[in-house]
Design a binder for this molecule. Structure first.
Ligand SMILES: [Zn+2]
Length: 369
């Protein structure tokens, strides 16, 4: 029985109409129906963690037919890759390959083995597997495998897009490799000075919404005192913000850092969340089509938070120059009107981004057509 790509379709629920769709649309030819064996397996609860999903499916393996088992191993392996369990994933993919798989499933297992070697800092061992996977992968997976192979060989890649780079850079970081030449690790045409690999970004989790066409830009400050001009310190600060957003924000942590771009005190533009993904910076529906830019520093006096926050920091000219350049580029790239550039407080009851930056935003709207 061929289950398709998603977990739901792969392990159909007894009552699911998806089961009917899959059964009707897909001729069952290569596997005999199992009468009285292996009742359909329900999908795990949607709020399971990766580890819980892996354990859940592993617990179901003994009751599966041998053919279904191979597909289950393939899926468990992919979850283990997502959970960065390199060695476990590799073993699982080899278990899958011992069974009955289609050419495209074999390719997915080979790609998975390749990724596992990148995760365990042995990219040279992964190359052959990635290469073997290319012929039968779908276009998106092929682009990912090609991206890693190009990074290893130091060549440019014809397949590079910002979305592929976003997904694959975590493997490059594990393998101590740099992004392929000519590839911006962030937002395609938008220039960044510091890409996600440089600040050692964690990979984006799966709980994100696709960005619809950007039509507005919102400016923020971090509201945390930060005065260093060093790139290393800025990278650490951004990594810290990502940790907070992914691990401390309700309900179960955000998919990634909330902002699409950050600007450090020296005026470096830092790649945040991919522009392919809707941001998490302006609350709820305010995030729709909204590019979030955050300047490092606290630009509003907040004496109630303690002495460190008592005085607003001064905005540095380099930060404002970088902000102007970035907003200009984004407006040109996405045809955004200057009247759609906001300070956070214009969308929500907050002091962000403070009086001086708010004046900058108002001035920008006045002076740009
Ligand atoms: Zn804000």
């Amino acid at each position: 029985m061929y289950f398709g790509y998603s977990y739901v379709m792969r392990f159909p629920l007894a009552t699911s109409c998806l089961l009917l769709v899959v059964s009707c649309a897909t001729p069952v030819t290569h596997k005999k129906p199992e009468v009285g064996l292996a009742p359909p397996v329900a999908s795990p609860s949607a709020d399971f963690t990766l580890t819980q999903k892996i354990e859940y499916w592993q617990s179901k393996i003994p009751s599966m037919t041998s053919a279904d088992r191979s597909e289950a191993y393939l899926m468990i392996g992919e979850l283990q890759i997502e959970a960065k369990q390199a060695n476990e994933a590799r073993i699982t993919f080899y278990q899958a390959l011992r069974g009955e798989l289609s050419a495209s499933e074999i390719a997915r297992a080979e790609k998975g083995i390749g990724l596992s070697y990148f995760l365990s800092s042995q990219p040279s061992l992964g190359l052959g597997h990635l290469e073997k996977s290319l012929t039968h992968l779908d276009a998106a997976s092929k682009a990912e495998a090609s991206y890693l192979m190009s990074a290893f060989s130091g060549e440019t890649t014809a397949f590079a897009s910002s979305a592929v780079a976003e997904r694959m850079n975590v493997y490059l970081v594990s393998a101590n490799l740099k992004a392929p030449r000519g590839v911006s690790a962030s937002a395609g045409a938008i220039h960044v000075d510091i890409n996600r690999g440089e600040w050692r970004a964690a990979g984006m989790r799966s709980n994100w919404d696709k960005m619809t066409a950007p039509f507005r830009i919102t400016v923020h400050h971090t509201a945390e005192p930060f005065s260093s001009l060093s790139k290393v310190a800025a990278c650490a600060e951004v990594k810290n913000i990502q940790n907070q957003h992914m691990n401390e924000r309700s309900p179960s942590g955000w998919a990634d850092i909330g902002y699409h771009f950050l600007i450090d005190r020296a005026g470096n533009v830092i790649a945040g969340r991919s522009l392919d993904a809707q941001g998490a910076h302006a609350s709820g529906t305010n995030n729709i089509g909204n590019i979030g830019i955050c300047l490092l520093g606290n630009f509003v006096a907040q004496p109630s938070r303690g002495t460190d926050y008592a005085v607003a920091q001064a905005l540095l000219p380099a930060q404002l120059d970088a902000l102007t350049g970035l907003v200009d580029q984004l407006r040109q790239e996405y045809s955004i009107k200057s009247s759609n550039v906001y300070g956070h407080k214009e969308l929500k009851n907050t002091e962000c981004p403070g009086p001086v930056l708010s004046r900058w935003v108002a001035g920008y709207r006045r002076t740009q057509s």
